[in-house]
Design a protein around this ligand. Sequence first.
Ligand code: CFM
Length: 537
Amino acid sequence: MKKEKVDVVRWKEEVLSKLPSKVAKKREKQIVINDGPENIKVIQANVRTIPGIITQRGCSYAGCKGVVLGPSRDILNLVHGPIGCSFYAWLTRRNQTRPESETSPNFINYCMSTDMQDTNIVFGGEIKLKQALREAVEIFKPKAIGIFSTCPVGLIGDDVHAVAREMKEELGINIFGFSCEGYKGVSQSAGHHIANNGLFKHVVGNDDNGKPGKFKINMLGEYNIGGDAFEIERILEKCGITMIASFSGNSTLNQFETAHTADLNVIMCHRSINYLAEMMEVKFGIPWMKVNFVGAESSAKSLRKIAQYFGNPELSARVEEVIAEEMVAVKKSIAVLRPRLEGKTTMLFVGGSRAHHYQELFNELGMVTLVAGYEFGHRDDYEGRRVIPSIVVDADSRNIEELHPVKDEARYHQRLSNERKEELIADGVEFDYEGMMTDMEKGALVIDDISHYEMEKLIETFHPDVFCAGIKEKYCVQKMGIPLKQLHSYDYGGPYAGFEGAVNFYKDIDMIANTSIWKLIKAPWAVEEVVEAEYAF
Ligand code: CFM
């Protein structure tokens, strides 16, 4: 049974009426009432957060170092900047990794920084960076080092790329720099793009000796939060699908170097890695398709899609066997938990893909997503890739380098002919990403880069049973008597991807949605007197 429909139009009007008119005009375009798949509305996204608004976004450096390169275990990540920028690189990582052996390199739990001081800001930090690189090689003997620039590096003009070139010569290993200063772009999304460019230019394609296999894919945009990649790898292996490279959950340098030997790129998180997929298609002839291994049904769908691409009856039969086997536990869990959760409501505000993907898991439990939004998704992540040509490129996006790759004549081969692609599309295989809004109910709210104020108002008005976001929101929301599930770190639970992950998620949601503890907490507005004030002029 659904909760009573609260008037979303009125909610939007009320929230906007509390903002200064200039701000309201801008926010108005970022709060959209979904109108069903036939009438996808335009939403404003990937624009600067209005100063003064409490956003949940991160920075470009977070997207480049933290998200895309961070999960890789044997590329030494050296942060060039003051030590504060490395706080989140040290012991707070949510990514897991499994080195081949006890002696295999694994730098994931280290925090490497040049620890810039005032004098380096005044006189330049390049000498210190070179020293740090030498020291890193001496101690850790890595095969590759990535240098990550933080804000002051860009402000004072240290040339990390020149240092990287020089030190590559001197030290004889692959060293590459990222100009991912935190202020680039409007969010961590810029950092994803910069990371994609760097990997593409300096790493992908460096080694032609990829793993052998009959059905070879790369998994793009899967970062092994809570062990998700382990579960996906387990499923793929069971099906007989070879994963050449993972970008970048549980990955190694050599996986990236050999990625061009795969026959298909599948994308989990479209936002963070679509650039690399497109560039690899042009340079090497590897097609890409969107998949989603969050949700048992969507995992099954994704496996079938991969099998269809390869068009091999044996693979298809094996995939069906695996799905049937895996679904036994899933169905058993749903039979017990769905009656306890059906009709409950949720709201999801996460990054640039999970606010969409996790709706699948809630659907499987019969729960209703009332509102969802990305922190930094672009219009295509909401409305589907067909809108890309109509997206206005502003100064913040122009700031980020756009690579224009060409065919690598020696190694290019077209894996998928145009005719075959047409055939597959006619058979219902979707290559493109259709975005979040198509999958949402008519009348649901879609909010980009939600502000703290809007979040409080949503909870106050709609009283969801579960709220999904991150650590910044967690305790504020729980003090309002609503359980919060962190979808960035999984509250250190998980995995939630794949079939076993789905079962974990159902259990965890049942646990937080059906405990009575939250009912003992009174929301602040229920106990405190609220003083309302107006401008006198
Ligand atoms: Fe992609 Fe991510 Fe996400 Fe993301 Fe992120 Fe993340 Fe996320 Mo936190 S790459 S967009 S920048 S799926 S760190 S692993 S959970 S906001 S929804």
